[in-house]
Design a protein around this ligand. Structure first.
Ligand SMILES: CC(C)(COP(=O)(O)OP(=O)(O)OC[C@H]1O[C@@H](n2cnc3c(N)ncnc32)[C@H](O)[C@@H]1OP(=O)(O)O)[C@@H](O)C(=O)NCCC(=O)NCCS
Length: 109
């Protein structure tokens, strides 16, 4: 029997960040509110990894979140949790196949 999964909409305001090299977009980041939390995501364009762009984007988003007083959450691959520690994220747990990290806003430290 085919199980029907419940569909749900999330329409949320989102903070979008694009990093440009000249006129070329080379990386993206975002902060999304969902379930009372703020979730961070980041990606760098193919061919532009390991040049420090991902770090620049995460730093900028953390700065934005600190100014707003937001704690941040993210899910990532286990091997990236160490990288996120550089930006003061702490590893929380592995749940349903995902690794969760958390960063407390500097405002509340
Ligand atoms: C993760 C990502 C944003 C990093 O961006 P980046 O510009 O390459 O990162 P930086 O140049 O600032 O930092 C490089 C460091 O990131 C870490 N890193 C990057 N990709 C990694 C990977 N796949 N596994 C483990 N560590 C990784 C390493 O510590 C690396 O340092 P090294 O060069 O000494 O190995 C980029 O690889 C990406 O877009 N990945 C696909 C999308 C994704 O996984 N996003 C994160 C989920 S929210």
């Amino acid at each position: 029997m085919r199980v029907r999964k419940k569909l749900s909409f999330y329409i949320t305001p989102r903070i979008n960040l694009t990093l440009y090299k000249g006129h070329l977009p080379v990386g993206w980041g975002h902060l999304d509110p969902q379930d009372g939390k703020t979730w961070l995501g980041v990606a760098v364009a193919q061919g532009y990894a390991k040049k420090g762009y991902g770090s620049m984007i995460v730093k900028k988003l953390c700065e934005y979140a600190d100014n707003a007083g937001w704690n941040l959450h993210l899910t990532c691959k286990k091997e990236l949790t160490k990288w996120y520690q550089k930006f003061e994220f702490i590893y929380i747990e592995r749940k349903n196949g995902k690794d969760y990290c958390y960063r407390r806003s500097r405002v509340y430290r």
